[in-house]
Design a protein around this ligand. Structure first.
Ligand SMILES: *Cc1c(COP(=O)(O)O)cnc(C)c1O
Length: 395
């Protein structure tokens, strides 16, 4: 599959976005990874190890479920790609299992990660336990307080959770601490959780998540005789589940790609995470991309009811897909996502993650033909969001 127009170039750019804007002290670490990741990923041995773990540990392939009641509601044919049925309950494990293999092949014995809501921290702690590697997770002190269940999971899995006590004590501060650690410990592997960060992370994570669209192609061929749907819809925080669901369709221009951001209390409310909708070009987490900032150029604290979408930037691939018009970007409020979660639960017996509920809510904003084939990537399950759902039900 050649993804020339939308693939990363030699220097790590998608159009004008991407690159590796990093402290000079990190150059050697990044160069080492850049020099190795493609060789490893494309090797027969990696592909065999990775596929075996995906099959027997993660629980792949995940089903592609045709949802009859939802299809009827929107007058079309809707399929859900069931990342909610993976081990740990979301797509993040596809990436962490791939990166830990790469780390192992590179001879690294210590894993560093940062996490906001804790979902990536849990996915990282999980694979570190599996591989018997030391796991250090940086987390903002405020996030540690807010996300107690995930902190407990990480600890139970044997990870060391280190509070970041600078700044707002949230994700950005945890990232700074993780980078500081990596500079001090070059023999560690920095395991990033989405298609963000300096090159080669966005491309590496996209490739590791591309199993999602690889499976969709095979499953749709069996189901409809055509590997291509009319639409692929996915939510975007940093953008990894969307990148994985889009990857094998990037050059298939008849497949419409729809990315859904969280607009929180509304795009103009000041309480939002709709980066593409209201953001500008800037630099965050080592790459040039779209991000939200204030008049002084300070990165804005994002807001969404969904912790996984609560990120002030977006991966450079998505900035490029937005700029070229290859993907359409929609935004969905907290309330619209809550409503969509209730609709799915009560019409199909599936409780989605709040993040995935944003992708489902986009169906309300679109119009379809009765013969269209629409795939919604159900990035995760809703167990972790029950407290939020209960509050919504009781209101
Ligand atoms: C973390 C998370 C997301 C957002 O991350 P992306 O990198 O944008 O995919 C979406 N859905 C679920 C269930 C998550 O846990």
């Amino acid at each position: 599959m050649s993804n020339n127009k939308y693939a990363v170039n030699e220097r790590g750019y998608y159009g004008q976005f991407g690159g590796a804007y990093i402290p000079e002290l990190l150059r050697a670490n990044i160069d080492e990874l850049r020099g190795n990741y493609l060789k490893i990923i494309n090797s027969e041995k990696f592909q065999k190890d990775y596929k075996r773990l995906l099959d027997n540990y993660v629980g792949r392939p995940t089903p592609l479920t045709k949802v009859a009641n939802l299809s009827k509601r929107y007058g079309t044919n809707i399929y859900l790609k069931r990342e909610d049925l993976t081990h740990t309950g979301a797509h993040k494990i596809n990436n962490t299992i791939g990166q830990i293999l790469i780390a192992k092949y590179m001879g690294k014995t210590r894993i560093i990660a940062e996490t906001g809501a804790g979902q990536h921290g849990v996915a990282t702690a999980t694979v570190c336990a599996l591989f018997g590697l030391e796991c250090i997770v940086y987390m903002g002190a405020l996030d540690i307080e807010r996300q107690a269940p995930n902190v407990a999971r990480m600890k139970m899995l044997g990870a060391k959770v280190v509070p970041a006590i600078s700044g707002n004590q949230t994700l950005k501060d945890a990232t700074n601490e993780a980078i500081r650690d990596w500079i001090a410990n070059p023999n560690s592997f920095y395991l990033i959780g989405s298609v963000v960060g300096p090159h080669p992370y966005p491309d590496m994570v996209t490739r590791l998540q591309s199993i999602i669209s690889e499976e969709i192609r095979g499953q749709l061929t069996k189901e409809t005789g055509n590997p291509n749907p009319d639409y692929v819809i996915a939510c975007v925080g940093g953008g990894s589940n969307a990148a994985g669901a889009f990857y094998h369709y990037l050059d298939e221009e008849d497949v419409k790609l729809v990315a859904v951001e969280a607009s929180g209390l509304g795009v103009n409310s000041g309480e939002t995470a709709a980066t593409i909708t209201i953001g500008d070009v800037g630099f965050i987490h080592g790459s040039k991309t779209m991000l939200m900032h204030d008049e002084d150029g300070q990165i804005t604290e994002p807001y969404s009811i969904s912790a996984g979408l609560d990120y002030p930037g977006v991966g450079p691939l998505h900035a490029h897909l937005a700029e070229t018009g290859r993907a359409q970007f929609l935004s969905v409020t907290d309330q619209e996502a809550l409503d969509a979660a209730m609709v799915l639960a009560q019409s199909e017996g599936i409780i989605p993650a709040l993040e995935s509920a944003h992708a489902l809510a986009a169906l309300e904003q679109m119009t379809f033909d009765k013969d269209d084939v629409v795939v919604v990537n159900l990035s995760g399950r809703g167990d972790k969001d029950m407290e939020t759902y209960m509050k919504a039900i009781n209101n």
